[in-house]
Design a protein around this ligand. Structure first.
Ligand code: NAG
Ligand code: NAG
Ligand code: NAG
Length: 481
């Protein structure tokens, strides 16, 4: 009798706890660092904090970034780059070392709250031709063992961020993993499931729109569509839900229809292609956040939104490859220097984004085309400058596409000059370049001033200005005398 009562009481307690534990999905961000102009990691962590971001996803385990996150209380996903999978899958020693150096040493009191380790990043992309596929399972098993040895196996969860091209179908209900991946996916998902890990997927309606001229534009957004997709009794009003449910169907087909799903990357670029602009990025991201936080879920998972959603991305990364397109360097909700590109309510307490504070800029000067010189021989200089520095906004669809021939030259010169940390020589271009103190930005086309993450540089520039003052005083002095 007593036991019955105890059981009943326990059951009530569970129900009660359950109702408190209904976890709403949270918005986090991806923090990538492939940039020529990096802010100090502590400046970025302050940016996260002032925007009340509590979850951040990294692509590696950069010690400078992790040190800056210490004591922040921010939950962190660290990543293992695909290039490291071969060694981690073949050597438990390597995986022990990786876990020790990049996880255990941080997960201490006052350290970094590492919750996930992403094993590889989109390792199933068709463009990799299967290069990484065979490493995933052995790497998962090795790292899981290393985590267990470090007593972290129940706290730190392994995940495998998956690109959306791992599954396919014309209708969400028909979703299935690519045939050659089915067996591997079954193994992986079964491992994740027994481990209490979610399935992580990256979803990009922008890429569907960009890669397919027939794709109905309004279906990529969340504002309603004249191209709704009817799938049996379900109707889809946006590409995100359609894609998500295609994954739900694919998971169901391999026996894991209940698998929790985390969106590892989703976002919209603001520059570098026709459909990539500030308005579209704001409308997409705000629509996505509102949609997810409404807890509506999708037709196949009504009322169950994704566990977490990591926006791609926090900051622009101007050193990324433009192979996918010039837009690749413009995914940030903030520009490279932590300035909000548009108003966005992340649903985390602030109504709009707050800019980064105490950003250490190089001095306010730019390199432009010398207006007094004949610029006929400039082609090679531009080619060289833009082969290393970022000129992605100059091209068709970019914010600087309409600034004219001279503007093009100046833009290229300046990008290179800032990349070289405003080294005077880097503005020479055989006498065709010229340093100016007036901001040459035109309309939406911004001529950047670099930032630095090294104190030394800013002290050098104050040293320089001290020198200038001394010379002014000297001139003044000689004039008086
Ligand atoms: C820890 O992670 C960093 C950054 O991803 C990597 O360079 C380093 O090799 C890792 N450490 C070990 C022991 O594998
Ligand atoms: C911005 O992009 C959207 C589509 O993504 C497009 O409909 C719109 O015309 C673009 N706006 C500008 C000003 O180019
Ligand atoms: C400026 O450069 C871009 C990219 O190379 C090009 O599309 C555009 O036509 C150029 N403008 C002029 C006026 O040469």
């Amino acid at each position: 009798m007593l036991r019955r009562r105890l059981e009943a009481a326990l059951y009530c307690l569970f129900l009660l706890l359950g109702s408190f534990l209904v976890v709403e999905s949270a918005i986090g961000v991806n923090w990538g660092t492939i940039s020529f102009h990096k802010m100090k990691p502590s400046t970025v962590v302050d940016l996260l904090k002032s925007n009340r971001v509590e979850k951040v996803k990294l692509f590696d385990a950069d010690s400078r970034v992790l040190k800056a996150l210490m004591g922040s209380g921010i939950q962190v996903m660290v990543g293992i780059p695909n290039e490291m999978l071969a060694s981690l899958s073949s050597s438990s020693l390597a995986s022990d070392l990786w876990v020790r150096q990049n996880v255990s040493s941080y997960v201490v009191k006052g350290g970094v709250d590492i919750r996930y380790v992403a094993v590889g990043n989109e390792p199933f992309l068709t463009s990799y031709n299967g290069e990484y596929q065979s490493y995933i399972m052995p790497a998962l098993l090795n790292i899981q063992q290393s985590l267990a040895k470090a007593n972290l196996a129940s706290y730190v969860k392994l995940v495998v961020p998956c690109n959306a091209d791992a599954y396919e179908s014309s209708l969400p209900s028909q979703g299935a993993f690519r045939p050659e991946l089915t067996q591997l996916m079954t193994q992986i998902v079964s491992f994740l499931n027994s481990n209490g890990s979610p399935f992580i997927v990256n979803i990009y309606p922008f890429l569907s729109l960009y890669g397919n001229s027939d794709f109905p534009q309004d279906y990529a957004f969340f504002e309603g569509t004249t191209h709704a997709v009817t799938d049996g009794s379900n109707i889809y009003y946006n590409a995100f839900d359609g894609n998500y449910d295609t994954l739900v169907s694919a998971l169901t087909k391999i026996g894991f229809g209940q698998m929790p799903i985390v969106i590892g990357e989703v976002g919209w670029p603001s520059d570098g292609a026709m459909g990539a602009n500030l308005t579209a990025a704001r409308v997409f991201n705000q629509g996505l956040i509102n949609h997810v936080l409404s807890n509506k879920g999708t037709p196949l998972r009504p009322g169950v939104p994704p566990v977490d959603v990591y926006l791609f991305s926090l900051l622009d990364e101007g050193a990324k490859s433009v192979l996918p397109g010039n837009f690749e360097r413009h995914w940030g909700i903030f520009s490279f220097d932590g300035q909000a590109k548009y108003p966005l309510n992340l649903g985390l307490g602030n109504k709009v984004l707050k800019n980064a504070k105490n950003v250490e800029y190089l001095p306010s000067r730019w390199c432009i085309a010398n207006p007094f010189r004949d610029l006929a021989d400039v082609t090679n200089h531009i080619k060289l400058a833009c082969s290393v520095a970022d000129c992605s906004t100059l091209n068709y669809g970019g914010s600087c596409n309409g600034i004219g021939a001279k503007g093009n030259i100046s833009y290229a010169f300046n990008s290179y000059y800032q990349l070289q940390m405003q080294n005077e020589k880097s503005c020479e271009f055989d006498g065709l370049g010229m340093i100016t103190f007036r901001d040459p930005s035109i309309g939406e086309c911004r001529f950047l001033v670099g930032v630095t993450d090294h104190r030394s540089l800013s002290s050098r520039s104050s040293g320089e200005s001290a020198l200038i003052w001394v010379s002014i005083l000297w001139v003044f002095w000689t004039l008086i005398l």
